[in-house]
Design a protein around this ligand. Structure first.
Ligand code: PGA
Length: 268
């Protein structure tokens, strides 16, 4: 089921203009997207079994939907409990009514939180209708800093050539922190389609920064389908640089990429 890939470390190092070590992420490639979902759900459940009061960074989007589905099933079967977790979302649109079905707060409720025993007091997501943006950024960022290190950060990757993690769009630095970002054009084109009237979709978001993500003890990046193939190849085989913020994951010593065959198709 699994192919392990390596890359030339000298090439990676040469391409990064700061004196930081570049690591080889573990890359696991599965035949089907269902196996990817099961692997990710099992990793999350194992982490909770080891440390019930773990701190997680969790993503939204189409990629992790079935992973949440499996977590809900595990909860119903008595195989997982989420009551002691602290959860930080990766990002949230701003400005947006949180009750909009396309908000990430709505997503978390619909796909996960309303179906398990998570303690909502320990769930942190930027408030999408906060009137004071700077204050909201400071609040979320302060709560995250207080709870670090995150034990497990689960991520997706942006579509096509975006190579974003969270909403760290092209140009995001490896030392970036939680902040407001304007969505890049490619992201907006894909994400605005989730809104009932795409022309009213938010043009920006509050996102954990790259440095916040890299502070996690372990990072799991999930990618499925051919729309992620270019980005995965760029992330793992190209330079470590801000034009592909996902490539900064190679600065982390404990990152696993879990891919289906379609997402991995350009790697070898
Ligand atoms: P997706 O989004 O899972 O819906 O493809 C991932 C992302 O934009 O980070």
């Amino acid at each position: 089921m699994i192919t392990e890939l390596t890359q030339n470390p000298e090439e990676s190092r040469a391409s990064y203009d700061r004196d930081l070590p570049v690591y080889h992420p573990e890359v696991l490639i599965f035949d089907s997207s269902e196996e990817v979902d099961q692997f990710a759900a099992d990793l999350i459940i194992d982490q909770i079994a080891k440390k019930p009061n773990s701190v997680f960074t969790l993503p939204t989007g189409s990629t992790p939907k079935d992973v949440y589905g499996r977590l809900v099933e595990a909860y119903r079967a008595g195989a997982a409990s989420f009551s002691d977790l602290t959860i930080f979302n990766l990002d949230e649109y701003w400005p947006l009514d949180p009750s909009n079905p396309a908000s990430y707060a709505s997503y978390m409720h619909a796909n996960f939180l309303d179906h398990v025993n998570a303690n909502l007091e320990n769930w942190h997501i930027p408030q999408s209708d906060a009137s004071d943006l700077a204050q909201e950024v400071e609040k979320f960022s302060g709560e995250l800093a207080m709870s670090q290190p995150v034990n497990l950060a689960v991520l997706g990757i942006g579509p096509a050539t975006t190579c974003h993690i969270g909403f760290n769009e092209k140009g995001s630095a490896d030392d970036s922190r939680t902040r407001y970002v304007a969505l890049d054009e490619e992201t907006f084109a894909v994400n605005s389609a989730q809104f009932s009237s795409p022309e009213t979709a938010p043009k920006g978001a509050i996102t954990q920064g790259v440095a916040d993500i890299l502070e996690a003890r372990k990072i799991l990046l999930i990618a499925k389908g051919k729309s992620k193939a270019w980005g995965i190849n760029r992330t793992l085989k190209g330079s470590v640089s801000a034009d592909a913020p996902s490539s900064f994951l190679r600065l982390h010593p404990n990152t696993t990429f879990v891919l289906d065959k379609e997402a991995a198709q350009y790697l070898s």
